[in-house]
Design a protein around this ligand. Structure first.
Ligand code: 13P
Ligand code: SF4
Length: 330
């Protein structure tokens, strides 16, 4: 069976929009109606007329669409969970707050901000405390808005994103469970100890290697990279911002080495582009979705068996939506 053709036929027949993140495998990515970074995908998926959204990405992405647009049916060909999002649940979130409360910092003096790479339940916990969601494309603006409250920012779950943006704004950051509690209490941005295992693969030594080999090379990385890597980079941005920078702002002859997921960087290869690692930086869960999964999901919509549909409880939708909508307002 020619899966690609079968998928295209079903797509024509059904009221469905296929959405894919840049980290998806090429064969899945090329069949999507909408592609983008986390922020664009959430915005554009909810703006479609389609009743059914098929989200090729990781769990928090499909959940965000369901939270923002509960009347749509959202399906994920593979319910794959972002490893970083899995590092925090509501219990861990509350445990961290308890540590801060015991050290003398009350919840009234804490404003939580969660990276969009977190479950809807964590977003709801943040929404209940008056906090915001952010993505790598808008974290700087959201943190600046959060600071207007005069409170300490509790940034979850990506410690690197929190540390990188604190540095960019010239503020102090510390990580709960790693740094001494005195340092945590002094910090403006208090980070949860989560990280992306894929972006941890990039090291400052990788950058030194490429700079030595190609002295004029530009280094562009995602803000989920370790601060020691971000410090040495020429450009830092979300997946969409990286693509725009490399394909539109740099000349085609400019060599650039990129610190983010392999599938995305590989698609830019013709533009003098290198992968910033000797280990292939593949996101295992993003790579789980196959053409066959996509076909089976379309077939389940056609047959009304509806496999891998995303559901979020009403209470979680209510508060997670508040935190997401606060982000859109900014
Ligand atoms: P973007 O929002 O930049 O697409 O990042 C999502 C992600 O999971 C990066 O690892
Ligand atoms: Fe999550 Fe990292 Fe994969 Fe992005 S690359 S989806 S942060 S595990």
């Amino acid at each position: 069976m020619d899966l690609k053709n079968e998928i295209l036929k079903l797509k024509e027949e059904l009221d469905v929009t296929i959405v894919a993140h840049f980290y998806q495998k090429d064969e899945v990515f090329e069949l999507a109606d909408i592609v983008g970074d986390s922020l664009e995908l959430a915005k554009r998926a909810i703006a479609t007329e389609s009743e059914n959204i098929i989200f090729c990405g990781v769990g928090f992405m499909g959940e965000s669409v369901k939270v923002l647009s509960p009347s749509k049916r959202v399906f994920m060909p593979k319910i794959a969970c972002c490893a970083m999002a899995k590092m925090i649940d509501v219990d861990y979130y509350n445990n961290n707050l308890e540590i801060l409360n015991k050290a003398g910092l009350s919840n009234d003096n804490i404003l939580p901000i969660t990276y969009i790479n977190s479950s809807a339940a964590v977003k709801a916990a943040v929404g209940k405390m008056g906090g915001y969601v952010c993505t790598s494309a808008n974290a700087y603006k959201i943190i600046e808005r959060g600071l207007e409250s005069g409170k300490k920012i509790f940034f979850v779950p990506d410690r690197c994103l929190g540390q990188n943006f604190a540095k960019q704004i010239g503020l102090k950051s510390a990580v709960v469970g790693i740094d001494p509690i005195e340092k945590v209490l002094e910090a403006d941005i208090i980070c949860f100890n989560g990280f992306c295992s894929v972006h941890q693969l990039f090291t400052p030594e990788d950058i030194d290697f490429f700079r030595e080999k190609y002295p004029d090379i530009i280094v562009a990385v995602h803000p989920e990279c370790d601060p020691a890597v971000v410090d040495k980079a020429d450009f830092v941005g979300s997946t969409s911002q990286l693509i725009k920078y490399i394909t539109q702002d740099l000349s085609p002859d400019q060599k650039v080495v990129v610190g983010t997921e392999y599938n995305m960087v590989n698609r830019l290869r013709e533009k003098n582009t290198y992968v910033l690692s000797s280990t292939k930086p593949e996101c295992p869960t993003m790579n789980e979705t196959t053409l066959e999964d996509l076909y089976n999901t379309l077939l389940s919509i056609k047959n009304k068996t509806y496999t891998n549909e995303i559901f979020v409880s009403d209470d979680t939708v209510k508060y997670a939506r508040i935190a997401l909508e606060r982000m859109f307002e900014v």
